[in-house]
Write a protein that binds this ligand. Sequence first.
Ligand code: TTP
Ligand code: MG
Length: 404
Amino acid sequence: MDQIIIHVDMDAFFAAVEIRDDPSLRGKPLIIGSLPNERGVVATASYEARKYGVHSAMNIKEAYRLCPNGIYMHPHMEKYKAVSGQLHEIWKSYASALEAIAFDEAYLDVKEQARNFEGAGRIGHEIKQRIRNELGLSCSVGVAYSKTAAKTASEEKKPDGYFEILSPEDYVALIIDRDVRSLYTVGEKTARKLYDNGIHTVRDIQDRQEQVIRLLGKQGRWISELAFGIDDRKVTPYRPEDAKSIGREVTFQQDVVNYEFLKDVLLLLAICVDMRAKRVGLHGKGVALKLTYADMRQISRSLTVFSADSALDIYRNAAAMLDQVERLPVRLIGTGIYNLSGEADRQLSFDDIFEESELGKERELGKLLDGLREKYGLDFAGHLEQIRQSDTLHKTVEYMRKYG
Ligand code: TTP
Ligand code: MG
């Protein structure tokens, strides 16, 4: 047994913190996000609200239609961030490596501390107990032999859950008849490709490995392995606050409401970040997006990726995260990479998985820049080196806004 991994995920995190701080909310359908009369989406909902069908990322109007008697509240990010810090302190004390993948969610490598799965079970229960006693919150814990299995385990008995998946055989037995989307990295797009070919369940992937690999290239190989419970990814120490990162941001002279324009800006920022990373010889495994809204509220999103070794990777991931946020006027936007290391991940790189060559990425990037040139009448490709300078970047962005 190479690894013993615990995955912890807080239950209805933002909502749970609000309920803890105002017990009169307990037992009620609580929706954190926009208010029904605003534009925007649901960040999260209490389990009582979920019974009405309300869920994260749902349009707030739709949530209100389903749950008109719910209590609607804006998020208090500073408060959740503080709780996240307290969670880290607890988690850290049990792990030789801690990989925080969100405010409320982390992988812990507990092999040294636990020695065996019984020990890991004790640690898992103790973490739940301490989070309840010290922070007044509930979480779900998964104990497993791999990251994928640990995440699946923590979801299994949510909320206030505890579950173990101790071998690839147990993992496979659990998921074999589930939809292909229960496999890590299988999102909507990949799933559709599989469905179109009559591959619906994990069992189908097992039975038709060759076809899956033909269809999806190296990603196909990866998900075929996952379908048999194989996942050797290590817990990579990461704590958003401490991580070394490379980032670029711009503050606009006037708030921006056009999100397509924000994406164009992200492309330039991604190029700057990538140039810097290449210059210092660092590779990133996470992409972050940062926004300050006109009301000074700041949000950040981050995503662990297999590699962020090209401007295109950074841009695509940052743009995808931008698609998820509340569409309010924006004062500042930034993107960056984190989880830096001097070596590209040889185990499993983005290229291995998606079989997209560096050349392909360069071409795609070229196309995107051509798009900008047409839209704004600026020859970006020839000026990338200058755009790297903060002043020029800022001027370019303001120019684009005026003439776009
Ligand atoms: P999740 O862990 O996905 O959700 P949750 O903790 O609210 O509920 P559960 O784990 O019990 O299913 O996300 C953690 C927090 O991140 C969540 O409380 C709010 C925030 N969030 C958003 O703001 N937008 C989103 O689309 C999602 C998924 C989460
Ligand atoms: Mg959660």
